[in-house]
Every structure is written in structure tokens, then in C-alpha cells.
Design a protein around this ligand. Structure first.
Ligand code: HEC
Length: 121
């Protein structure tokens, strides 16, 4: 029984280190982990809601065409008012670039691209 536990622990550890050494080639995983909770389209996402209040035309990150990489990179590193900064140990520059590329490659689902009803004209 103990032997089995040790073996499965070893297997799990092996899986972890394999994953770390692996190049993550698209940013979708990190986007989902670090950004989606605050920035996905729709209600319940503080980043999206705050940007909508500020009058940003597309308040989710997905679907925006006006974000440039340098700006996104500096917001991620320094934070912005309500948004926490991310240290290089959390997200490397390469990972930020991959998140950026992922965001730029996505299209907003048509229903969610509709302007909010309560938006000022
Ligand atoms: C805890 C919630 C939270 C997380 C996590 C978060 N953000 Fe934000 N983000 C915000 C909020 C809130 C704002 C709006 C800040 C303000 O202007 O008050 C924002 C603003 C931004 C902006 C500026 C948009 C603009 O129009 O000026 C960018 C770019 C951005 N976030 C990218 C990201 C990326 C990329 C990630 C993931 C690595 C991320 N954020 C993670 C909450 C978050």
C-alpha cells in the first residue's frame, strides 16, 4: 500500500517537472489562470465591469483591438489601480507575450459583443 502511494507520488512529481520544462506555446492556459476571472466578457468579472464603467468600448480583454503589447505588459507588471501587479516569478515576459497573442487571436462571441444596455449614448 505504502509502496503504491510512493509510486503514485513519484509519478505525480514526474508529471509536474515534465510540465515545467515544457514550452507553453500558447497563452490560453495562463490567460485562463491569471486573467480570465477578472477580464472575461460578461458580468461578474471586476476588470470587465470597471472598464465598462470607464466607457471602454470593448470592456473585456478578449475582443479588443486597441491594446498594444507594451501597454499590456506594463499594466501586468505594475498593476493598475484595482488590478494587482504580476512579478516575473509569476509570469515571465515570454508568458505575458503569449497571453497577449492569445488575447489578440480570440474573437468575442457575437452575443457578448452587443453594447451594454445601460451605456450612455
Ligand atoms: C483581480 C482582478 C484582475 C486580474 C487578476 C487581472 N486584472 Fe487586468 N485589470 C483589472 C481591473 C479592475 C482593471 C481596470 C483598472 C482601472 O482602470 O481601474 C484592469 C485593467 C487591465 C488593463 C488595462 C485596460 C485598459 O483599457 O486600460 C489591461 C491591459 C489588463 N488589465 C490586463 C490584464 C492581464 C493580461 C491579466 C492577466 C495576466 C490581468 N489583467 C489580470 C483587474 C484584474
Amino acid at each position: 500500500m505504502n509502496k503504491l502511494l510512493t509510486l503514485s507520488l513519484l509519478a505525480a512529481l514526474g508529471a509536474c517537472s515534465a510540465k515545467q520544462g515544457e514550452m507553453v506555446v500558447d497563452g490560453s492556459e495562463n490567460y485562463e489562470r491569471y486573467c480570465a476571472g477578472c477580464h472575461n466578457p460578461g458580468p461578474g468579472h471586476p476588470g470587465t465591469m470597471l472598464l465598462a464603467e470607464k466607457g471602454v468600448r470593448v470592456p473585456s480583454l478578449i475582443g479588443r483591438k486597441d491594446l498594444d503589447y507594451d501597454y499590456l505588459h506594463s499594466v501586468v507588471r505594475q498593476g493598475l489601480i484595482e488590478m494587482p501587479p504580476f512579478r516575473p516569478t509569476e509570469l515571465s515576459d515570454t508568458e505575458i507575450k503569449q497571453i497577449y497573442d492569445h488575447i489578440m487571436a480570440q474573437k468575442l462571441p457575437a452575443a457578448k459583443a452587443q453594447p451594454a444596455k445601460n451605456r450612455a449614448p
